[in-house]
Write a protein that binds this ligand. Sequence first.
Ligand SMILES: Cc1ncc(C[n+]2csc(CCOP(=O)(O)OP(=O)(O)O)c2C)c(N)n1
Ligand SMILES: [Mg+2]
Length: 797
Amino acid sequence: MTDRRLAPLSALEQKVLWLASWTIHNANHLRASADGLKVGGHQASSASLATIMTALYFAVLRPEDRVAVKPHASPNFHAIQYLLGNQSRAKLETFRGYKGAQSYPSRTKDGDDVDFSTGSVGLGVAQTLFSSLVQDYVKAHGWAKDQPEGRMVALIGDAEMDEGNIYEALIEGWKHGLRNTWWVVDYNRQSLDAVIREGLWQRFEAMFRNFGWDVVILKYGKLLEAAFAEPGGTRLRDWIDTCPNQLYSALCFQGGAAWRKRLIDDIGDQGPVSRLIDSRSDEELARLMTNLGGHDLATLVEAFEQIDHDRPVCFIAYTIKGFGLPLQGHKDNHAGLMTPAQMDSLRQAMKIRSGHEWDRFEGLPVAADKLEAFLAKVPFAARGVRRHAAPKIAVPETLAWPAQAAMSTQQGFGLILNEIARLDTRFADRIVTTSPDVTVSTNLGAFVNRRGLFARESLADTFRQERIPSTFNWDFSPKGQHIELGIAEMNLFIMLSALGLSHSIHGERLLPIGTLYDPFIQRGLDALNYACYQDARFILAATPSGVTLAPEGGAHQSIATPLIGIAQDGIAAFEPAFVDELATIMRFGFDYIQRDGGDDPDESTWLRDETGGSIYLRLSTRTIDQPQRAMTPELARDIVNGAYWMRRPGPNCQVVIAYTGTVAPEAIAAAGLLSETHRDVGVLAITSADRLNAGWTAAERARQRGIHTAMSHIERLIAPLSRECGFVTVIDGHPATLAWIGSVHGHRLKSLGVEHFGQTGTIGDLYRHFGIDTNAILHAAQAVVAGRPVRYLAALP
Ligand SMILES: Cc1ncc(C[n+]2csc(CCOP(=O)(O)OP(=O)(O)O)c2C)c(N)n1
Ligand SMILES: [Mg+2]
């Protein structure tokens, strides 16, 4: 690297270290202590990456590159953006406070250009890999032509490498010919609790190479390299190479005198080695011995700039946790926080006057105008706003499917997509499907047959070439619209996260659809949560679901997912019973995932429909009779809002059966039988417990804030019912999903559903076993209804 850059870069490195440490200190000692809130340290964790981030952001990165920063290095990131003029002092001063800069970099909550949120370790790392695959997808389809390819960079804590999802992603990356991805491991050999096992880097190196990655190990800085060339230097190098992690960390913490004693005791020879050591002061010796590759700007910039290919690269950069701070190397430093006295000494050592802690160039050895000039030319910041926006893709007014008298929602899903696949429209072209090895069994097969699988290089289906009859055409090409994944649900969700951010990261809007078996949502739940937290937009079709997939047994049946649908922020969950409902919801969904309006709720439903979000469809393989009806605008609106009266209750209604999903036939049959003894029975079809519930709580909040007229969809629907009317709710899922409806207007309610792991059996066996069959609904009705007894009751088994 040229010396021209070295002076400003090392000044900036010093500033990043200072500002990050000061930000955390300020949050803890100055601000949070006032309200008795200690918010944790992470000064050491942040300092560990200060040099690497300085090198990357101020010298190496280009505007099109995208970065996932290790969660606890968030203060470095905010400090860098502050130096670049993209972050305010007020946000830094309220770091970790209400609406202040976020503890962990957040795409949605921070205003300083975070590319990928991080926090749950391992997920941001994998996101870079999938984002790179999406970049390839976008480019292969001939989009984003005027944009240079960016590198997707992850800055990773070494303990973060223990997260299994990273390895799942590596496998997928290899299969898809991953390019343009850099992972930089902050190899400080410390985790939260402990010092990392010896020799781990060799395993990493072998593994990455196995997956076709280039591996660059940055062990020593320039000072150490120079010392190794001195007489006695080889001995010093050997000593370092065999020094256990624990001891190295301890000596880093203890400083120059301890280094000297240890080195002389171990390798002192009264000759060249001793001279090498003795020629340095304690301070110089400490600087030399902590001059690891990850703390040497020249080494880092050179290593990054030497990469002249687009293959993925893993940099293993040796670092010291807490580098440059009195906490450095101490095994307990993770949550450690410098004392006010230590912070004061650091301030003085950095020549920062009291009261000038936030001044951008205070105390630096390079003149302010030179630094301003340097910053003005930083390549990363050269093009200003880096985030893209992409126009909405028009969605057809209605979605068609070949109607049949009896169908399942899963079958309907496949047929609707098949019809879309036949369209020659931009809408159809922007759909991209993906599935973790359940493409065919979730009914995506027809779409894939028509639209093909994606690969950067074409690969024909051998079975087809050999003229072996097969239902599916498995041709890969750069124009394909299905991305095949192995069985790893974490990968599915991170892929959806990457596809669902394409409009913002790559400037090209995609309409992603992912499918999986409903129970396995829980396998990838943190990644789903992560995707939602980043505001990625996609449609998730989860099928089959519940105990309705009866013969598959307890390991494949889902119970808790409807509650996940309610509780997961950023995704609207639907569980239609009929295919016409599904088509209406999907039509809405394709539009909803593209919305980007304000947070203000819609005043008829109190849902944040302008904001948009992702969509979760909980579908079933159970074939049920389909209603023959016209989809009026009112019905379509109610389906989208979460419920409609399948059978409108009369004025003397004593009982309402409210159902969700595939138990519709049981609910309707029970209502028919009840009608023989009770008048005006209502049947409420609930297509989205999630949206009903969200509207209800939002309307209640609005009323508390003085909007007395606020009324949600469920409140309006059940407003005509008398207080004496009883409710029975039924779902093939946890009964709590619908139980809250009793609280809306204070109705007596029995909620039926599934609470225990299932068995194999027929649907009839299992519905009876769990008490969600017609007979169980009648029993529940008997318990909530006043007046005459219910006829046709059989004893419950
Ligand atoms: C999924 C998840 N589990 C646990 C944590 C808590 N946690 C935060 S950082 C960390 C380990 C830190 O070690 P490393 O990645 O090596 O970073 P360093 O602190 O050394 O900078 C842990 C366990 C988390 N953030 N996410
Ligand atoms: Mg570490």
